[in-house]
Design a protein around this ligand. Structure first.
Ligand SMILES: [Zn+2]
Length: 67
């Protein structure tokens, strides 16, 4: 198996990784509830996709106040 002749230095590794960037996914808005959603996916807030409710979203029960 061919192997690299030399180990890449930490500096060289860092220079390569300096170009790694976090990219936000392209978001569209849900036509039902107008919240930002990933395109081609069921809305996680209302469960709608292509004008139909496909998933029932349970509402979180209200937090009980501690006495
Ligand atoms: Zn929605």
């Amino acid at each position: 198996m061919p192997n690299p002749t030399r180990k890449h230095s930490r500096s060289r590794q860092g220079k390569r990784r300096a170009n790694w960037k976090l990219v936000l996914p392209a978001l569209s808005t849900c036509p039902q509830c107008a919240k930002p959603i990933l395109s081609h996916r069921i809305c996680g807030f209302c469960g709608f996709y292509r004008g139909q409710q496909l998933v029932l979203i349970k509402e979180k029960p209200a937090k009980k106040k501690q006495a």
